[in-house]
Design a protein around this ligand. Structure first.
Ligand code: BG6
Length: 355
């Protein structure tokens, strides 16, 4: 008798390990609770930076005309962690970075960047638009699975000057483990707004820093009249953590104008939300649990979104199972396997910390 119209159930990931198991969980829960009673948490949606991304895109008209293939060269989503698997080795062995971070957090960020403006701020209006992004993700082919997805596993290295162990030496981890602690991939959203624009996603444990950010690289000027025109001069960086804020990168006239040399220098406009709004803002989980109590579903994931994300991720899992190569090693404290830079270079781009 506890399940009344006001009852809510909160589900925390992992919700399944593939499409079939996710569907069976959703089906099972759906037999008892209606969709509007079910709150599937993705704590990345509760991060203040993600809500600010919605505010930036749908509360301001400034960027909207630029937010498309004609003006954007590529988009990079990075979720880097310094932490290893800590004491969760046994759990992580059955999960890996693709299931742990890409299927949910990274794809939700990609939806927030790529979605069309919703018709209003109601939960289903937002979730309908996110679902359309997931449905538009370019299907994998044998070739793209090979070239555009990289898995890695950390070896021993140093974080902040201290030596750290390899993944295979962590508690609860098989010494011959093939589990990936790093994934980088390239995809596209096949629709009118984004056709042809590469979206790069990268996430991993024991990387060079704790750093989650989305970088929007705008196209260069069509014609250069200054001596020192720099490739990707215009860039919007949405910092999720450890900083929370926006950076707009522009070119300005440099200091040395004695020679009238038209030398341009990169400058950065910073909007630091921590400074502007203070550190006391509620954290992601607090925010989401408050939303549960108050019955707001906007920042929760609907079953069809989740299933679509699994459908897109599943060919990667299947490909890896059959691929004898296994994850590429990388030293703890670096930015992952070197193949990650080679992948982005194929499109003529580089990761934002490289250029
Ligand atoms: C969780 C993953 O969902 O997100 C963890 O299971 C990961 O492996 C964590 O460390 C990262 O969250 P945050 O908020 O610290 O970036």
């Amino acid at each position: 008798g506890l399940n009344t119209a006001h009852t809510r159930v909160v589900l925390e990931k992992p919700l399944g390990h593939d499409l079939a198991s996710n569907r069976s969980i959703n089906h099972c829960v759906g037999q008892v609770f209606s969709e509007r009673q079910i709150y599937r948490i993705d704590h990345y949606l509760g991060k203040p930076a993600v809500q600010n991304l919605f505010a930036l895109r749908f509360g301001n008209a400034l960027f909207e005309p630029l937010w498309r293939r004609e003006h954007i060269a590529n988009i990079q989503i990075t979720i880097a962690e310094e932490l290893g698997v800590e004491k969760r080795g046994a759990f992580y062995e059955t999960t890996g970075a693709l299931r742990d971070m890409v299927q949910n957090h990274a794809l939700q960020l990609l939806c927030a960047i790529g979605m069309e403006p919703p018709i209003n701020s109601h939960a289903d209006a937002i979730r309908d638009e996110k679902l359309k992004v997931l449905r538009s993700l370019k299907p994998w082919t044998a070739e793209t699975l090979k070239q555009d997805v990289i898995r890695g596993q950390y070896g021993a290295g140093a974080i902040g000057g201290a030596a750290v162990a390899a993944y295979r030496d962590e508690l609860g981890v098989n010494p011959a483990s093939q589990t990936e602690t790093f994934v980088a991939l390239r995809t596209e959203i096949s629709n009118w707004r984004w056709a042809g624009v590469p979206f790069f996603i990268r996430t991993g444990k024991r990387l060079a820093g704790r750093d989650a950010r989305i970088v929007v690289n705008f196209r260069p000027t069509p014609h250069a009249i200054f001596n020192s025109q720099i490739g990707m001069a215009n860039r919007l960086v949405i910092n999720l953590q450890p900083k929370d804020g926006l950076e707009l990168h522009l070119l300005a006239q440099g200091q040395d104008n004695r020679k009238n040399s038209h030398t341009l220098a990169p400058v950065q406009l910073d909007l630091d939300f921590d400074k502007r709004f203070g550190h006391e803002r509620v954290g992601a989980y607090e925010r989401l649990l408050l939303d549960v109590i108050e019955g707001r579903l906007n920042l929760f994931v609907r079953s069809d979104e989740q299933e679509e994300a699994w459908r897109w991720v599943e060919p990667i899992l299947t490909h890896w199972q059959a691929d004898a190569q296994g994850p590429r090693p990388y030293a703890a404290g670096t930015w992952g396997p070197s193949a990650t830079s080679a992948m982005i270079a194929r499109d003529g781009f580089c990761w934002s910390e490289e250029c």
